[in-house]
Design a protein. Structure first.
Length: 380
């Protein structure tokens, strides 16, 4: 039978409805994040660059581009990512190696500077781990109970990625990547005894890195000391944590009001990035902080529902990987800001300034929506 002459491209054809509740949660997080980013960043942008819109202007552009990418990704059959799984690994490793020769920023090498902005390879590496692990597990479901099929390939992938990220150094990103990998291995069916061995091996690898990479020892030790007693060095290593706690404590139940933070006026360092949650707490109080947390919890629960209804294993693993990445990263950021864990330098998804992160996140959410479009069809 011949193909109709004027048939629409696949991306424009009428498709099943995506999960609207998940889409609303994502768009709410984006809108909330943009409002809080402008509020948190306007003062420091004015003081440093005489332009209160310096951070929010590009973030809005990236948000629009990211939402467009999310829509496009939601309309493309997610099975296409099988083709890109291994090329993505090569790209990620190349970029993670390249970043090590880039200039330092805040004592780290995590960004590649381009004419249009900065690129953070670790964001691409997170995406790669989810896609590649999902690809391998979906094609090897019967072999996941063995060490050769359920552990070895994943260790061979995570090892080089984690090693390069530790050299930046980027401990929080490394822990996040390992956490995402562990969740996917568990959900994918890795035998429990081998899973426990893999977790132990990951912990041992990090310990070995701390012993054999000299720059990591003072880096990690400094973070641990400032976490245990930030007031021991209130103007140095403990300054950021102390100012963050002041901001959180000042917010009370209902906050000082949107835009009324005092700590963002050059007290909390870089309030537009890792410590933006402290400004949320100061301006919107306990109620605002709980609202942010509930949005992330809602994203997780809705994502897991989509995964449970996914058409196949590959779709389910993509959804689990992407939503767990978002929620795990948010949990780590909030734990850092509240001094529950040592300061690891990790951003708050959808809120912190960063074009690479926002666009990658929205693209990933588009893939989740693509899985949801096929979720009501019969599984195969």
């Amino acid at each position: 039978m011949s193909k109709p002459k004027h048939e629409r491209p696949a991306i424009l054809r009428r498709q099943p409805m995506a999960d609207w509740s998940f889409a609303i949660l994502v768009l709410t997080l984006v809108a909330f994040g943009l409002v809080m980013l402008f509020s948190a960043s306007c003062a420091v942008a004015q003081y440093r660059f005489d332009d209160p819109y310096l951070y929010i202007r590009p973030q809005i552009v990236f948000a629009i581009a990211g939402i467009t990418a999310m829509w496009l990704a939601s309309r493309v059959d997610y099975h296409i990512w099988h083709r890109f799984a291994w090329p993505l690994l090569g790209l990620s490793l190349a970029l993670l190696a390249l970043v090590l020769v880039m200039p330092e920023y805040n004592g780290c090498r995590r960004w590649i500077v381009t004419p249009v902005g900065t690129l953070q390879p670790s964001e691409i590496a997170k995406f790669t781990v989810v896609v590649l692990f999902g690809h391998i597990i979906a094609l090897n479901q019967t072999g996941m109970q063995s060490f050769r099929g359920g552990v070895l390939p994943f260790l061979l992938i995570l090892g080089p990625i984690a090693g390069l990220m530790l050299l930046e150094p980027h401990l929080s990103g490394t822990l996040l990547i390992l956490g995402i990998g562990a969740v996917l291995m568990f959900v994918g069916g890795t035998g429990l005894r081998w899973f426990g061995l893999a977790i132990g091996g990951g912990v041992g690898a990090i310990a070995a890195a701390l012993l054999f990479v000299p720059d990591l020892v003072p880096y990690a030790a400094s973070r641990l000391e400032s976490w245990l007693d930030p007031f021991a060095d209130p103007l140095g290593k403990g300054h950021q944590t102390i100012q963050s706690l002041y901001a959180i404590g000042s917010g009370g139940a209902t906050g000082l009001g949107l835009g009324n933070s005092r700590q963002k006026h050059m007290y909390v360092p870089e309030p537009q990035n890792d410590f933006i949650f402290s400004i949320v707490c100061e301006e919107l109080g306990f109620i605002g902080a709980v609202a942010v947390i509930l949005l992330f919890v809602g994203l997780l629960l809705r994502g897991l529902t989509i995964a449970a209804r996914a058409k196949d294993k590959f779709g389910a693993l993509l959804v689990v990987g992407f939503v767990v990445q978002v929620v795990m990263q948010a949990a780590l950021n909030i734990a850092v800001v509240t001094n529950t864990i040592p300061n690891t330098g990790i951003s708050l998804p959808f809120f912190s300034s960063g074009g690479t992160s926002l666009m990658m996140l929205l693209g990933e959410m588009g893939i989740v929506l693509s899985v949801s479009r096929q979720g009501l069809q019969e599984k195969y």
